[in-house]
Write a protein that binds this ligand. Structure first.
Ligand code: ATP
Ligand code: MG
Length: 364
């Protein structure tokens, strides 16, 4: 009987509430498919800052490294918000664990659930049948480049007084582009055979290198169609014609922005999962944040967390049938009319508006 060790990171806000439902569902499919899961719960984010002063304690990273997969809920909250850059912030724990595990690929599936197609502010005929996968580079680019903020002579402008000045550096190496491109083409091969590569090659040198390398990798995948698209055009196309996209591959910051945009196609952030893959342990988490405004009330939507368990089964444990079961269970629960508060619709039966735990039970 297969036994997998899952490092669980509840984090902050609604994190502990939703991760409990993810674990419940994982245990249920384990029972059905003859796999057992053991859990190693660790600290990250604000909870880790409070306990240790460090948003990613060394023992958390070590536990994550040696686990078969990492299930994360969410980090952050107003308690730790600060503009003082010398103070630790929960989000640093996220960046550090991505870097520490070498997670250079972030996968964000965006799929329309038929039962929720009127949750989007876009017309049903635009979003019906949307099923795309954003493949975002996660450990390079602007968020990890050399940066500085300082006072200097011309920082304040014309009067010559000293003022503040800041810069961030956007840098990519060939091998970083090559490995993310390969992930995207591999993904397209088992999906619908199309890759949109997003850049700003009319302005940026990093984008010109990106385009060159992606085309070189594309030559190894003649069965996959490659389309280059500028990032500004993509922002528009995603809203106007989202069905044209299958796999969308892009660098770190463009991917951050476009994946938030794409997440709203379906109308609810509470429904979207994500996976971060590298060469070692992979990490699975909902796309949404820690929702501090509703934390501790038992009303958070656990479905994005549950769908992140689906991705874990698919990409880390090679349990595609179990993953399909979860996807189907979620769709059925929604088809039957069950809703958490964030996804309830005008015609939802008030008796079918349920809390976090009940929603998890329904999926089970
Ligand atoms: P982050 O910076 O970590 O992305 P954020 O402040 O941008 O966080 P969220 O924490 O995702 O955003 O919250 C945005 C809004 O969505 C909040 O009103 C929150 O209550 C709601 N929300 C987020 N996730 C859920 C969920 N799982 N269930 C219900 N509501 C949610
Ligand atoms: Mg946010």
């Amino acid at each position: 009987m297969a036994n997998y060790n899952v490092c669980t990171l509840p984090g902050d806000g609604i994190g502990p509430e939703i991760i409990a439902e993810g674990i419940k569902v994982l245990d249920a499919v384990g029972a059905k498919y003859g796999a057992t899961f053991s859990y190693d719960e660790r600290l990250i984010g604000g909870a880790a800052i409070d306990a240790t002063g460090n948003p990613l304690p060394e023992e958390t990273l070590e536990a994550a490294r040696t686990a078969d997969a990492v299930l994360l809920a969410a980090v952050g909250g107003p308690k730790w918000d600060t503009t003082d850059s010398s103070k630790p912030r929960p989000e640093q724990g996220l960046l550090a664990i991505r870097k520490g595990l070498g997670l250079y690929t972030n996968l964000r599936p965006v799929r329309t659930f038929a039962a929720l197609s009127d949750a989007s502010s876009l017309k049903p005929e635009v979003i019906d049948g949307v099923d795309l996968m954003i493949v975002r580079e996660l450990t390079g680019g602007l968020y990890f480049g050399k940066r500085e903020r300082f006072f200097d002579e011309d920082g304040a402008g014309a009067d010559g007084a000293k003022g503040q000045r800041a810069y961030d550096t956007l840098e990519y190496r060939e091998y970083e582009i090559e490995r993310i491109a390969r992930q995207a083409f591999e993904m397209a091969k088992v999906r619908n055979g199309r890759v949109h590569s997003i850049d700003k090659a009319n302005v940026l040198d990093t984008s010109r290198l990106w385009r060159e390398v992606v085309h070189r990798v594309a030559a190894e995948y003649p069965e996959v169609e490659l389309i280059d698209m500028l990032v500004d055009n993509t922002a528009m196309q995603l809203i106007a014609y989202p069905r044209q996209f299958d796999v969308v591959v892009t660098e770190n910051m463009f991917g951050d922005i476009l994946s938030d945009e794409a997440s709203m196609l379906t109308g609810s952030l509470g429904m979207l999962a994500s996976a971060s893959l590298g060469d070692g342990t992979a990490l699975y988490e909902p796309s949404h944040g820690s929702a501090p405004d509703i934390a501790g009330r038992g009303i958070a939507n656990p479905l994005a967390q549950i769908l992140s368990v689906e991705m874990m089964l698919r990409y880390s444990f090679d349990m595609a049938d179990a993953a399909d079961d979860i996807a189907r269970a979620v769709a059925e629960v929604l088809d039957e009319g069950w809703r958490t508060g964030d996804i309830k619709q005008a015609d939802t039966d008030p008796n079918q508006v349920v809390g976090t735990e009940r929603m998890g039970d329904l999926v089970v």
